[in-house]
Structures are given as structure tokens and as C-alpha cells.
Design a protein around this ligand. Structure first.
Ligand code: FAD
Length: 392
């Protein structure tokens, strides 16, 4: 079966990996011209590590662990008033998202067709398959199409309707960007927050670089999602009067080449599939960065979707229903956590006692959200080791 996947970030390449293992033929189309490197850090807990292990790439991910230690909460005068335990923000394992994408891409690129710099333009389904036109490439027909193209999914819009119907804004905007590690941070970070705004800076890539984030509270804003200069202006206006490192961070933001700005939002849908089209990861059930579970959901969703397609021998209606049954409860817990996280996000300056209590509960919270991973035997038709990676 030929399966088109839109999006080559986390969910897309992970699904491509598992589809190959089960004997399907995936093609991945990605709007970016090449693999998206770098970016902010994402963390994993419990069961997502299990999926990485089953894919044979856990060691590669561990080798790029940010190894983040506790971080410092700073006041406007640059004085530390509390310590934020790493277990609260870095999970069991933390890696730059671009590093994860690179590992997933390397593990699949020899057996999977990747098309960069293109996007689905239209989808038309009949009993023979889905007829797809692309912005650049030739039209093609696939048996199934998977939208793994993130919060603003084109696949979702073309199949289910405009994003306003499904995307719920959580009242926070976030900008993230790379910069020099000018504070000389060593596997740590500093955070600053005042009512309605927060900023942080963390070391990255063995302390040779840093990543900063600027968050502010706001209802939905009207802006052009592709106009980075407009995004920088919006952020600069919001933080114009802030202290601590914020004036410097705004200068760094103005010069940043990888400035990413978006709303913290969730995707809520009654059903994740329609006919031969199905959604995966943020495209179908984004839980928002405040949940800290989006990457885990994308990886686990990929594992389950491919496995259920294999069990159903490609009968997509049964497979999509089984995928959704297994994922629903897991996703709704994370979405609940994402909403609760957004409500707490700008709540004043926490005391050390409260932070230590949250840290002590973190492993319990993590375990409570575990999804049970079924065994899906790999197809005898294809090899079982990651293609572009050497072991260890
Ligand atoms: C600031 C920030 C911090 C985060 N921190 C964490 C964290 O600590 N832990 C965690 O688990 N999660 C975190 N997340 C969430 C996590 O990044 C996402 O949940 C995860 O990346 C979802 O993966 P995905 O593959 O579904 O979607 P995405 O990573 O959004 O990827 C979508 C891909 O589709 C491509 N695409 C988009 N449109 C098209 C199109 N029309 N055609 C082709 N390709 C297209 C995009 O270029 C991209 O490569 C964070 C998110 C943000 C923004």
C-alpha cells in the first residue's frame, strides 16, 4: 500500500519508520526545503522512551540528551530567588527537537521516499484511493494519506474544514530562538516572570549555544503567520518595559534567524479520520507545549497507527478506529494537563517549597499517564534495523 505522509518532523518520520517495518510503502512530503535542524528542546517520559528503544534509536537520542540540570528563577534585578528542579521541565530525557527529527530522518531515509520543499495542494478521494495534487510536484494517487503536518495542518484543513473549528487558543503566545550562550550557562537555564509575561534562556549543544523563549498572555491576535518580522515586532512591544535580561534578549530576537512564534493551542476533534485520510500528532490532537507531552504523543501515535494498519492488513476503517480507541484516553489526559499548565503559567513567583513538592510528584504524574504499548510483529518482508544509522 502506498501511503502519503504530510510533515517530516516527529510524527511523520516515526510513522514512516513503522510503516516500513510492517511492509507498507510510505512517501513523506515536507514543506521545508530540508530537514528542520536545531530548534527548542523537547522532553520525553516513560513510554515514549520505550518506543525509541523499539525503533533502535534510543542510544542515539541519549547521546544527544541536553543533560539539563536545575535552573534558576531570577527577579528583575538579576537575583536568584528559587531553584527550578530539572525534573519539572526536562522530563526523563530532553533533546533539541531538530536533533530528534534528524535521527528519525537518518533512520528512515534509505527506505523511504522524502520529498522536501513541497506540500499537498488538494485531496480527492474515491474508491480507488486518494488523488493528490502538490504545489510543485506531479499529481499522484495513494491508498491512504496521513496528516502529520502540525498544529496548522493543511491536510486537516483540506479534509475536515478550516482550523478555527478545531484549534483552541490557550491564552499564551510563545517565541523561541537561538542565540549565543552569552551568560556562560553550563547545562542550566535562568527564568524570569512577571504577571502576564515570562522569559527564559537555557544553554544548548554542550553549552556552545543557547535557546531563549519569550511568553506573554493574550487572547487571539490577528497577524500573518508567515511574517517573521511582524512576529518580532509583536514580541518587542509586549516586552518593551521588562527588566532582567529581557532588553538583551529582544536585541538577540531581532537578529535571530530561527525565530519561531506561535500560540499555545490545542486541537480538538471528534474524529481523527475521514475516509482514507487520518491525522497524527499535533495535526489531530495537539496538547500544547504547556502539556510537555506532544512529542511523546506523536511517537506513540505513529507506533499505534502503523501497528493497527498492519493488524488490519491495510483495512483502513478498522485500523483508524482501533488507533483512535487506544489513543483517546491518553490524549485527553495530556490535553487536560496542557490546559491546567496554561492556567498556572503566569501565576506569580512560586516558593521553593512549592517547587520541591511539584518535583517530588513528577515521577508519579509521569507514570499515571502511561499508555500500554501492544506488540505489533514486524513484517517478514522488510529488515528490522534502522536503515541510515549504525548501532549504538
Ligand atoms: C516552544 C515549544 C516547546 C515545546 N516543548 C515540548 C516539550 O518539552 N515536550 C514535548 O513533548 N513537546 C513539546 N512541544 C511540542 C512538540 O514540539 C510537538 O508536540 C511535536 O513536535 C509534534 O510533532 P508533529 O510531528 O506532530 O508536528 P510538528 O513538529 O509541528 O511538525 C509538523 C511538520 O509538518 C510540516 N508541515 C507543515 N505544513 C505542511 C504542509 N502544508 N506540507 C508539508 N509539510 C508541512 C512542518 O514543516 C513540520 O516539519 C513544544 C512545542 C513548542 C512550540
Amino acid at each position: 500500500m502506498d501511503i502519503l505522509i504530510s510533515g517530516a518532523s516527529v510524527a511523520g518520520p516515526a510513522l514512516a519508520y513503522w510503516l516500513r517495518r510492517h511492509g507498507f510503502t510510505p512517501t513523506v512530503v515536507e514543506r521545508a526545503e530540508q530537514v528542520r535542524d536545531g530548534g527548542y528542546a523537547v522532553d520525553f517520559r516513560g513510554e515514549a522512551l520505550d518506543v525509541l528503544d523499539r525503533m533502535g534509536i534510543l542510544d542515539h537520542v541519549l547521546a544527544l540528551d541536553t543533560e539539563m540540570g536545575d535552573a534558576a528563577l531570577m527577579d528583575g534585578d538579576g537575583k536568584q530567588y528559587a531553584t527550578l528542579p530539572a525534573v519539572i521541565f526536562a522530563g526523563d530525557l530532553e533533546i533539541l527537537k531538530g536533533d530528534l527529527t534528524r535521527i528519525l530522518y537518518e533512520a528512515t531515509r534509505d527506505d523511504v521516499e522524502y520529498v522536501f520543499g513541497d506540500s499537498i495542494a488538494s485531496l480527492e478521494e474515491d474508491e480507488t484511493g486518494v488523488h493528490v495534487t502538490f504545489e510543485r510536484g506531479e499529481a499522484r494517487t495513494f491508498d491512504l494519506v496521513v496528516g502529520a503536518d502540525g498544529l496548522h495542518s493543511r491536510t486537516r484543513a483540506l479534509t475536515f474544514g478550516p482550523e478555527e473549528q478545531f484549534v483552541r487558543h490557550l491564552g499564551i503566545y510563545t517565541a523561541v530562538f537561538s542565540l549565543d550562550n552569552y551568560l556562560g550557562l553550563r547545562n542550566t537555564g535562568q527564568l524570569y516572570s512577571v504577571p502576564g509575561r515570562a522569559a527564559n534562556i537555557f544553554s544548548a549543544r554542550n553549552n556552545t549555544e543557547a535557546r531563549a523563549a519569550l511568553h506573554f498572555a493574550s487572547g487571539p491576535l490577528e497577524y500573518d503567520r508567515r511574517d517573521t518580522e511582524e512576529h518580532k515586532r509583536i514580541v518587542a512591544e509586549r516586552f518593551a518595559d521588562d527588566r532582567w535580561q529581557v532588553p538583551r534578549l529582544l536585541r538577540e530576537a531581532a537578529a535571530a534567524r530561527d525565530f519561531h512564534f506561535d500560540a499555545n493551542a490545542q486541537v480538538e476533534m471528534e474524529c481523527w479520520s475521514k475516509g482514507r485520510v487520518v491525522l497524527l500528532g499535533d495535526a489531530g490532537y495537539c496538547a500544547a507545549p504547556t502539556s510537555g507531552r506532544g512529542t511523546s504523543q506523536a511517537l506513540i501515535g505513529a507506533y499505534i497507527l502503523a501497528g493497527e494498519l498492519a493488524v488490519a492488513d491495510g483495512e483502513h476503517t478498522a485500523a483508524f478506529a482501533a488507533y483512535e480507541r487506544q489513543m483517546r484516553g491518553y490524549v485527553s489526559e495530556h490535553q487536560q494537563a496542557g490546559r491546567a499548565g496554561a492556567e498556572r503559567f503566569f501565576m506569580g513567583t512560586p516558593t521553593q517549597e512549592v517547587l520541591d513538592m511539584i518535583a517530588a510528584n513528577a515521577p508519579e504524574v509521569s507514570r499515571a499517564q502511561t499508555v500500554r504499548l501492544k506488540e505489533y510483529p514486524a513484517s517478514a518482508r522488510v529488515g528490522s534495523s534502522p536503515s541510515g544509522l549504525t548501532a549504538g
